[in-house]
Write a new protein. Structure first.
Length: 153
């Protein structure tokens, strides 16, 4: 009996220790491709590099894009205590593609009279938040920052 109790105690301790240990975070690979060819076909240059020849400065552009919230209706259920139907909704951030962000920057640049956007950069900005599941700080998406130098070539 004492032997069985000891084994049960060891198993219980192992389960408690295991449940409190940090979880391993899986690998995440995210690949993006920004296609600037449609702007080249329109005679507009978009480049992450500086322009090497003569140009006329128009100005520097800086845009912050904070995605909006989207609401998705999940399901309906009947609550027998209140005798009513309730809806479960889920709120999530809208997905904005690199093409949409680039279009936004090009439109703003063209509106200022430029025909090129150089030193172009799109950054994904994350905030750090503590995860009780992983027992460490993890990045959480915040917003996009778009920057570049508008010129006439």
């Amino acid at each position: 009996m004492k032997k069985n109790f000891t084994i049960l105690l060891l198993i219980a301790m192992a389960l408690i220790i295991h449940s409190c240990s940090p979880k391993a975070m899986p690998r995440t690979v995210i690949t993006s491709f920004a296609d600037y060819s449609k702007y080249s076909n329109e005679g507009f240059l978009v480049s992450p590099n500086p322009y090497p020849d003569k140009f006329i400065s128009v100005g520097e552009i800086f845009i912050i894009v904070v995605p909006g919230d989207k609401v998705k209706q999940e399901s309906k259920y009947f609550d027998s205590q209140t005798n009513t139907y309730n809806v479960i909704t889920k709120v999530y951030k809208e997905n904005i593609s690199l093409d949409e962000l680039t279009d936004l920057a090009v439109q703003q640049t063209k509106a200022k009279g430029a025909n090129a956007l150089v030193n172009f950069k799109i950054q994904i900005i994350n905030n750090q938040t503590y995860s009780n599941l992983y027992k460490r700080y993890i990045p959480v998406f915040s917003h996009y920052e778009i920057s570049g130098f508008a010129i006439k070539i």
